[in-house]
Design a protein around this ligand. Structure first.
Ligand SMILES: Cc1cc2nc3c(=O)[nH]c(=O)nc-3n(C[C@H](O)[C@H](O)[C@H](O)COP(=O)(O)O)c2cc1C
Length: 246
């Protein structure tokens, strides 16, 4: 099966095919590239980019992050975290940046912190967004990540024939994982679950992701009642990632 890999030497995505060869069996016309493999030599290492957005380590969302990362370690899935508050990620668009974004002026350089996020996206097989629901959406800081990281010419508004600018790749899998005070049933009953799904999955992830899913970990007002079920849901995420990305 062909897979996209980020080649750090050329800063480009390359296609690689999984083959099984003994070390001395490569035909002379093969360009052999080294790819990392899991310890069981059975699958490519997957890179998960977690975009995490919560200001406090005392929070339930942070507990979910801990549980998630320990599950990923157990499943031998590589991950990297963009912890937006810890990084003090700038989420307000400056007037200068607006000159680029608002008028699609692709000659203006993309800010360095945004470029760093683009590089992380290029390496990711799956991007997982983890945040608490605040006023029926993600926190403003994560919204600002989309405002700035989804640069014009990169995430939208590009001309396929013009390869002067690196465009965003199609990410194999996107998972939106949010904690919510209200129960899932109530959020569905009042239509908020659907509207969050429309905005996050249909618009923000959109066609930039091949497979996508939103998981609401609801009912955190009474977290002791829901914690076990939430933790079980987290356990199942590793298998989903392996299914989609392997
Ligand atoms: C500013 C703010 C706004 C919130 N808005 C909502 C909301 O619109 N819907 C909801 O279900 N829960 C809402 N909550 C509850 C959070 O989703 C809940 O606190 C979070 O999922 C889990 O708590 P944590 O902050 O300890 O991680 C809100 C909480 C805060 C602090």
């Amino acid at each position: 099966m062909d897979r996209d890999f980020y080649d750090s030497k050329t800063s480009k995505n390359i296609k690689a095919t999984k083959i099984h060869l003994k070390s001395n069996q490569a035909p002379s016309n093969f360009r052999v590239i080294t790819v990392s493999v899991n310890s069981n030599f059975n699958s490519f290492i997957m890179n998960i980019l977690i975009i995490y957005c919560h200001p406090s380590k005392e929070s339930y969302t942070y507990e979910i992050l801990q549980h998630l990362t320990s599950m990923l370690r157990k499943e031998q899935i590589d991950f990297e975290i963009s912890d937006l508050y810890a990084m003090n990620f700038q989420t307000d668009m400056t007037a200068e940046e607006y000159q680029r974004e608002g008028f699609a002026n692709l000659n203006i350089a993309i800010p360095v912190d945004v470029q760093k996020e683009h590089q992380k996206i290029a390496k990711a097989d799956c991007i997982l967004f983890l945040y608490p629901v605040w006023w029926s959406d993600c926190p403003a800081k994560l919204k600002g990540w989309f405002d700035r990281v989804y640069s014009v010419g990169y995430a939208y508004g590009y001309n396929k024939s013009d390869d002067a600018i690196q465009t965003m790749k199609t990410v194999p899998q996107g998972i939106v994982l949010c904690t919510a005070g209200h129960s899932n049933e109530f959020l569905h009953e009042i239509g908020i679950a659907q509207s969050m799904q429309n905005v996050m999955l249909d618009d923000r992830l959109g066609k930039r992701f091949k497979n996508k899913e939103m998981i609401i970990l609801g009912g955190t007002i009474e977290k002791e009642k829901v914690k076990l079920a939430h933790f079980e849901t987290i356990q199942s995420i590793g298998k989903k990632i392996k299914n989609y990305c392997n």
